[in-house]
Each structure stands twice: as C-alpha cells, then as structure tokens.
Design a protein around this ligand. Structure first.
Ligand code: HEC
Ligand SMILES: [Cu+2]
Length: 352
C-alpha cells in the first residue's frame, strides 16, 4: 500500500533470510503481510504508549511528591480521545481485513482446478488431466490455481505458509482455496490441524514451475487416464447410465450441461449445481429431489471412495452431450462380446 516497494522487498527478504518469516511466493502474500505488519506496528505503538504512561506517572506522582492523593473527577475530552482513536484504528483494520477476506475467498474465474484429498496422514493431489501425486503438488507460476479439497477421515487443514494459504479440509464436504504462485521454487505444505499421532508427518512440497516446465511435467507424469475418463468408466460400471442416459424416456435427469446451471427442486427452491451439489446428489439423492422426477435414485453412500466421487464429479462437470453415455449403454444392453472401450482420445473429454 503506502510503503515503497523497494523498502518492502528489502524488509521481507531480510526477515526471510533471518528465518523469521516465510517467503512471499504468491500474489496474496504481500497483501496479507501488509495487514500483518500494520497490526504488529499498532500493537507495538499501543504497548509503548501504555508503558510510557505507566512509567511516567509512577515517577511524576510518586509518594514523596504527592503525599496527599488528588481526586480527579474525569475528563470528557480525554475519554473521548482514547475511545475515538482506537475505534478508528479498529474500524480501519475491520475494513482492511474485510477487503482482504474477499480477495482471499474469491478465486478468479480463470483459475484451474486441482483436487486434494487429505487422509491420515498424507495429502493426495489429483489433476483433472490424470496426474496423481502424494504429498506433492506441482503448479504453474503466474496462473490462479484453485484447490477443491476433502478429507477421507478426520479434520485436516491444508496450509502453504509461503503462499499465505490455509483452509480446513473436512470430511463430507468440499472446501476450496486458491492462490497464484509468483516465483518458481519448492515450498512447504503442512497440515495445521492436529489429526492423530502422525500429524507432524503430514507434510509435503509444492513445486511451482514456469509454464513451460509445468507443461513438461504434465506430459511426463500423466497416468494415461484423465479424471473424467475414470469417471466415465465408473458411470457405466455403477449403472448410472441406465437412468441418466439423456433419452426422453430416461428415469433420471439429463446430466449433460447440468454443471453451473440452476435446478428447481420439487419443493420449489433453486440450487446452483457446483462440485459440492454433484457430490451430495450422488451420496444423498433423497435430500434434494429435482422437480419433475421421482426420488428413485439409490444412495451410493459407502460404495464410492472420495477419489471415485471426484472422478464422477469431474466427469459430470465436463459432460456436454450424452452421445457416449448412450453408446456405452447400447453396447452393454446388447451384451456383445465386442470390447466396449470408447475411443482413446483424451482431448475430447478434457477442457484445456
Ligand atoms: C434408478 C435410477 C438412477 C440411478 C441408477 C442413478 N440415478 Fe442419479 N438421479 C436419478 C433421479 C430420478 C434423479 C432426480 C431426482 C433426485 O434428485 O433424486 C437423479 C439425480 C441425480 C443428480 C442430480 C442432478 C439433477 O439434475 O437432478 C446427479 C448428479 C446424479 N443423479 C448422478 C448419478 C450418478 C453419478 C449415478 C451413479 C453413481 C446415478 N445418478 C445413478 C436416478 C438415478
Ligand atoms: Cu492432518
């Protein structure tokens, strides 16, 4: 904000080199640090004022000089001053913090999404294009990255101090966090919520790569199947396609293009179809029945792992037409001996 960028860089580098402070390696970091340093300065200032008054008054009004106590009835001006100035400072911090909060909580529209599953005691990252990593995360610099995270067991918390990023990772619910790395390098990942005996070992490394290196990494570490392709397999093998075929006579709603749309429920309420809604409608279908449909979808609670759910969610997110759904259905219905493998071109499923 007000402080000169050069001075700022110098201060942060110096603190970082003396191991007092994490590096500033994301776009958010300088903003959170400004507020942080402001709070420290205000606290130091407040402490010094109180200290000076305590010492000053103890000397000034010591017993030898004032053998008889003086009664002070109060001073409105003084009281107003020490109320209004701190109030103004706190309100400033409130507004400042609020603006920062919105910045931290609103991922840019063009951010790329990576899924993270936390479990005792490791972090598993799943890239939509099929790369899987354990206790590691590769991201490009200069591009906003959103993490959609969930825990498979207890509460965890995902933190990258150098990016000033931390968010609770909760069983049964997706939480998200976003960042944009600024400098290529390797940074720590910590779990910052005590989660059992080996909590301290629930650590990892995030590697920020230049866009070129990132593309290279994506190619080298691909598992051959994108998440959506895994999801497509699950969708067929679990029989989802028997009701969600997109045919006019289908018993379940058409899922193509449903992601991001607004659905009307049978009680008249409206919901936005996001990742969380998709996941929940697979696990608790009776909780929100889409208008015009009977509550016949069985629950899949306990039958699909979080990884499987991520695959299905990613598949439905990218489903633009029911052509392949119907193809798989036709081939499985006619019970042919011929292999039903869909064509192996990955690009048609995966948005860039
Ligand atoms: C027996 C038929 C049936 C099967 C099998 C079935 N569904 Fe459904 N599904 C429905 C019906 C009916 C609805 C709408 C009523 C509701 O919301 O419960 C629905 C709703 C949904 C929705 C909410 C979207 C919307 O437009 O309402 C999603 C997502 C979904 N199903 C995914 C799946 C997945 C994934 C599977 C397989 C794991 C699956 N379904 C299996 C019948 C089925
Ligand atoms: Cu943990």
């Amino acid at each position: 904000m007000g402080i000169s960028p050069v001075l700022w860089q110098f201060l942060v580098k110096w603190l970082h080199n003396s191991a007092l402070f994490p590096a500033e390696a994301s776009t958010i970091a300088p903003y959170t640090d400004e507020l942080y340093f402001f709070l420290i300065l205000v606290s130091i200032f407040g402490t010094l004022v109180v200290l000076a008054l305590v010492v000053g008054f103890s000397v000034k009004y010591r017993r030898e000089k004032n053998p008889v106590a003086t009664q002070v009835e109060g001073s409105t001006l003084l009281e107003a001053t020490w109320t209004i100035i701190p109030l103004a400072i706190f309100l400033l911090v409130f507004v400042w913090g609020g603006l920062l909060y919105f910045r931290i909580y609103s991922p840019p529209a063009n951010s790329m999404n990576i899924y993270v599953v936390g479990k005792q005691w490791m972090w598993k990252a799943e890239h939509p294009t099929g790369q899987h990593e354990i206790n590691a995360l590769h991201v490009p610099v200069g591009r906003p990255v959103q993490l959609t995270m969930i825990s498979q067991d207890v509460f965890h918390s995902f933190s990258i101090p150098d990016f000033r990023v931390k968010r609770e990772v909760i069983p049964g619910r997706y939480s998200t966090v976003w960042f944009q790395a600024t400098d290529p390098g390797v940074y720590h990942i910590f779990c910052t919520q005590y989660c059992g005996t080996q909590h301290a070992g629930m650590i990892g490394e995030v590697t920020a790569l230049t866009p070129d290196d990132y593309q290279k990494w994506l190619k080298e570490s691909t598992s051959g199947m994108s998440l959506a392709q895994n999801g497509e397999r699950l969708f067929a093998s679990m029989g989802c396609n028997s009701c969600h075929s997109g045919n006019a006579a289908a018993r379940g709603p058409n899922l193509a293009g449903v992601y991001g749309s607004r659905l009307t429920m049978n009680d008249g309420s409206q919901v936005l179809v996001n990742d969380a809604y998709l996941r929940d409608s697979i696990l608790n279908p009776s909780q929100h029945v889409t208008a015009g449909f009977a509550p016949i979808m069985p629950t899949y609670q306990g039958q699909i792992s979080e990884d499987g759910l991520i695959d299905l969610v990613e598949y439905i997110k990218q489903l633009q037409s029911n052509y392949r759904v119907q193809q798989t259905q036709l081939t499985s219905e006619s019970n042919q001996a011929a292999p039903t493998t869909p064509p192996q071109s990955s690009n048609e499923m995966v948005k860039p």
